[in-house]
Ligand binder design. Structure first.
Ligand SMILES: [Zn+2]
Length: 114
C-alpha cells in the first residue's frame, strides 16, 4: 500500500510573522505640524502642535539661535517651549528666545491639507 498520507510533522513550519517593529519607529519619527510666520520680521511667530498632546500653540520668538556646545562640537542651542496645556516640552526651536506661548485651536485638527 502506497503511503499517500501527508506527514503533518513535515508541514508544520508556521509562516514566519513579520516583526511588528513599526510601533516604536512611529513614535520616534512621528510628524509634527509646524508652520513659521513672519520669519523676516524682528519678532517671528510659529504655529505648531504640542509633541505630547497635540495642543495647538502659537509662539512669538526673537533673536538668533545661540551657538552652544554638544559633546565638544559647536551646536545650536534649542529653546524648549513648554506646552501651556500639558506642561511638557511641546517643541524645541533653534532661536534666541521665546517671547510668548499661547494655546490656540490647532489649525490642523479639522483640515489636514495645510
Ligand atoms: Zn502638550
Amino acid at each position: 500500500m502506497a503511503d499517500a498520507t501527508t506527514n503533518p510533522e513535515q508541514q508544520s513550519k508556521p509562516p514566519r510573522p513579520s516583526k511588528p517593529r513599526t510601533q516604536k519607529l512611529e513614535l520616534r519619527e512621528r510628524f509634527q505640524h509646524v508652520k513659521f510666520l513672519d520669519c523676516n520680521k524682528p519678532v517671528g511667530r510659529v504655529i505648531f502642535e504640542c509633541w505630547h498632546c497635540q495642543q495647538g500653540i502659537i509662539s512669538e520668538f526673537r533673536g538668533e539661535p545661540i551657538m552652544g556646545e554638544f559633546k565638544g562640537r559647536p551646536s545650536i542651542s534649542l529653546v524648549n517651549v513648554e506646552c501651556p496645556n500639558c506642561g511638557k516640552t511641546a517643541i524645541k526651536l533653534s532661536t534666541g528666545e521665546i517671547l510668548s506661548t499661547t494655546a490656540i485651536p490647532s489649525p490642523w485638527k479639522n483640515d489636514s491639507t495645510i
